[in-house]
Design a binder for this molecule. Structure first.
Ligand SMILES: [Cu+2]
Length: 659
């Protein structure tokens, strides 16, 4: 260990009630110093990570106007706490490969990938979890910036722990020290304005670091914000994070969810779509041996294993929902005030489904969500006409997968009334952990409303002109169409060393150490996408997908993402937004503009070889229009944003080339 290692930066203790987050900002270019540090968590003797900026009490909201450069100087002050916390194993090839690598403690076993109806199944290769050694890096989620080194690059950026004394990875030109890196991001003048976020993205350690709190918000500001401020509408940034249930005081191994799951919930997975240019089911995918569910396990999933925090404060839960008011985090607004709430689901594993509930004169009603933006992109149709979506969440629940954001208008409750922000129970599929309803926030208003003044008109927020950035993408014939598959294969394998999430797996419970997770291209009209093997992400490998711009400024492709598993997966593409053109979502050219999208689970069928087990039948599916541009030239990744899955290999590398 290096003798001169400074002590880690110390995080502020988490707040016990709702608090608005501090910001750093500037009129032009913005420079921010962040230290990745360590501090107390929400429970007793629990630890969290944080991004420290000077004496600010929480990770700052970084606010920058379009057309400027954001510079983040990141210092990793974490310590590697020893070899027992590290287990990095070589990729091992089950089919014909060596059974045990030099550095791994247990043999690979348990895959069944026998001959299939089409001659054979794709052979399957395995991966092994990496545990935390304090190495890190940074990703600016959703920002449309270069993937080159020293910009939004997660493949070559490596900041080792402050006390690192092992071999050093290659240093970039923007590194003054092995544990420091200066990232520069050029925000284009037409960059979509809205909510983004930063989090660590070290392959193998993304789950642990993000779940311990290593994230913060970014707001890209523009003309919308000028109009908004003229109307007297302030904004409030809300970060939802998840933590393992075992971290909460009074809860010990095995994990005890506080809230019981209802038998059914209001967020059903969508039915699989049909009618494609490719077969609905790829016969070379071994569906019979994909991780299944006990036939009696409902689609609400197994026990909940996570709890939530809101802006760092623990969201309390009681056995009955909703909890009494005195247990709920509270925020005050001025009577008559209208705000823009910018909400990011920065959870590592947990979906949310926001709902506004007004309690007045003994009656409760569900209020519509007035949605201005999703995933940092203003809502508009194929022509570029902006609008505010008024969504009745009792009819169309808003599902925020991990990493999704929503920005919506909220009016202070009338005097004497109470407004609640809930997240309703989510149905993530029988192979997933359960996600119960939670009451995130209680809002009360203070003072008397200004006489007779109605809240400002929401429509006055919108520009008179159309937004061309993502307009007319539905009119373009895609240059290439591709199909990708999410898959999970179980094996008789466990890691002997300490697992980051504690507790033995229960019936139907997700066990991150006995399942391998895959995201693989299986079809493509340009001839790529006939995998020789289904294999997890390998950082040093050649790209899995190559996009050719052929000398043009951009290329539009259509990607179909299929889910051959019995749980949800959020698909995230770095460096871009795409438009969701799945039939059910694309009506009237209203294809949502997103950077992360939930892929519904497969439908279930009884296993033909395992009694009492259901296996996947028809895959869940979404279809996306993507525009690759010159700014994206380089190597970057797309992956499942359930970070346990990403760490286990559910990720691929893409290369965009100019010719
Ligand atoms: Cu996943």
């Amino acid at each position: 260990m290096r003798a001169d290692s400074p002590a880690p930066a110390v995080c502020t203790a988490p707040p016990t009630d709702y608090q608005s987050l501090p910001s750093v900002t500037g009129p032009g270019d913005v420079k921010v110093d962040l230290d990745l540090g360590i501090g107390p968590g929400v429970g007793v003797d629990n630890t969290s990570l944080c991004f420290r900026n000077g004496s600010l009490p929480a990770a700052p909201v970084i606010r920058i106007k379009q057309g400027n450069r954001l510079t983040i100087h990141l210092t990793n002050t974490l310590w590697n706490s020893g070899p027992d916390n590290t287990e990095n194993c070589d990729i091992e090839n089950y089919v014909g490969g060596p059974p045990v690598s030099k550095t791994c403690s247990q043999p690979e076993q348990g895959f069944k990938a026998g001959p299939g109806p089409n001659g054979s199944f794709y052979p399957i290769q395995t991966n092994i979890p990496h545990l935390s050694d304090g190495t890190t890096n940074l990703h600016v989620h959703g920002l449309e910036v270069s993937p080159q080194p020293c910009s939004d690059n997660v493949l070559q950026s490596v900041l080792v722990a402050a006390n690192w004394n092992g071999p050093l990875p290659a240093q970039l030109t923007c590194q003054n020290a092995p544990n420091e890196l200066t990232y520069s991001y050029d925000i284009a003048p037409n960059h979509p304005t809205g909510l983004y976020f930063y989090h660590t993205h070290m392959h193998g350690q993304a789950l642990a670091q993000t779940m311990m709190g290593a994230s913060g918000a970014i707001v890209i500001e523009g003309e919308d914000d000028v109009r908004r401020e003229k109307l007297g509408i302030s904004d409030d940034v809300m970060i939802v994070r998840d933590i393992p249930s075992a971290y909460v005081p009074g809860e010990t191994t095995p994990l005890v969810p506080a809230v019981k799951l209802a038998a059914a919930s209001v967020t059903p997975p969508a039915a699989p779509a049909g009618r494609n240019w490719f077969p609905t089911v790829d016969p070379r995918i071994d569906r019979e041996n994909i991780a299944g569910c006990p036939a009696d396990l409902p689609d609400v999933g197994g026990p909940a294993v996570t709890r939530l925090t809101l802006n760092g404060a623990l969201v309390n839960e009681t056995a009955a929902f909703p909890p009494p008011d005195d247990k709920v985090l509270v925020k005050t607004m001025a009577a008559g005030e209208r705000q823009l709430w910018r909400l990011v689901n920065a959870s590592a594993q947990t979906y949310i489904s926001p709902q506004l509930v007004l309690s007045q004169n003994g009656k409760t009603s569900i209020l519509p969500l007035e949605i201005v933006a999703l995933d940092g992109a203003p809502v508009y149709d194929n022509e570029g006409h902006r609008r505010i979506d008024r969504v009745d969440t009792t009819k169309k629940p808003l599902l925020l997968a991990t990493a999704n954001r929503v920005e919506f208008l909220v009016d202070a409750p009338p005097p004497g009334a109470t407004l609640y922000l809930d997240t309703t129970q989510v149905t993530p599929g029988c192979a997933a952990d359960g996600i119960p309803a939670r009451r995130l926030l209680r809002v009360v208003s203070t003072g008397a409303p200004a006489s007779t003044s109605a809240p400002p008109d929401a429509a006055a927020l919108l520009p008179a002109t159309q937004d061309p950035t993502y307009a007319h993408m539905l009119d373009v014939e895609p240059a290439v169409k591709r199909v990708f598959a999410f898959m999970e294969y179980p094996r008789g394998f466990t890691v002997s060393k300490s697992q980051w999430i504690v507790g033995p797996p229960g019936k139907g419970q997700f066990n991150p150490n006995s399942t391998d997770f895959f995201l693989t291209m299986i079809q493509s009209t340009d001839g790529q996408g006939q995998p020789v093997a289904i294999r997890p992400f390998v950082p040093d490998s050649p790209p899995d997908v190559v996009v050719h711009l052929k000398g043009k400024d951009s290329a539009v492709e259509e990607w179909t993402i299929q889910n051959y598993t019995l749980e949800v997966h959020p698909f995230h593409m770095h460096q871009m937004h795409f438009r969701d053109v799945t039939e059910a979502d694309a009506i009237d050219g209203r294809a949502p503009i997103l950077d992360t999208i939930n892929i519904p689970p497969a439908s279930r069928r009884a296993s033909s070889s395992q009694p009492g087990v259901d296996t996947p039948d028809l895959p869940g599916e979404v279809r996306l229009r993507m525009k690759f541009t010159r700014e994206m030239v380089g190597d970057f990744v797309f992956h499942c944003h359930i970070l346990a899955h990403e760490d286990k290999g559910m990720m691929q590398k893409i290369r965009v080339v100019a010719d």
